[in-house]
Design a protein around this ligand. Sequence first.
Ligand code: TYD
Length: 130
Amino acid sequence: MHPRLIDIPVHRDSRGALAVVENILSIERAYFLFDIQAGAARGGHAHKALTQLLLVPSGSYSVIIRDDMGGTDTFTMSDPSKGLLVPPGYWREIFGFSSGGVCFVLASHSYDEDDYIRNFEDYVEWKSSH
Ligand code: TYD
């Protein structure tokens, strides 16, 4: 499975909207990026085993997904009813945060630094053996 946008069901009525993430991935951890400085980039790594769902409850940001074959996909996240599902084994960079932009991440596993590959050349080498 490649990284892809998925629909997040929204219950909207006269009071506003409520979005539900259910039965998309098994979740052990959630974290969010906020107060991100204009021009700052986050991410810049791949995960060996972690699946993540990136959400945008507020504002906007962009994500570049890279694979080891030189493939690149860019997603502009600005719709709270869309999530970017990123399976293990893809390089990601998160950038272009709007003022007030929030990247909310649901993750399949607890934080584990050993699951990170933080150098792109190491990522390509790791992919060649997986
Ligand atoms: P970092 O990996 O640099 O964030 P990003 O992927 O957004 O560029 O993480 C920043 C710090 O937060 C680093 O010290 C590790 C820590 N951290 C945790 O302790 N738990 C977590 O779940 C995450 C994602 C990061």
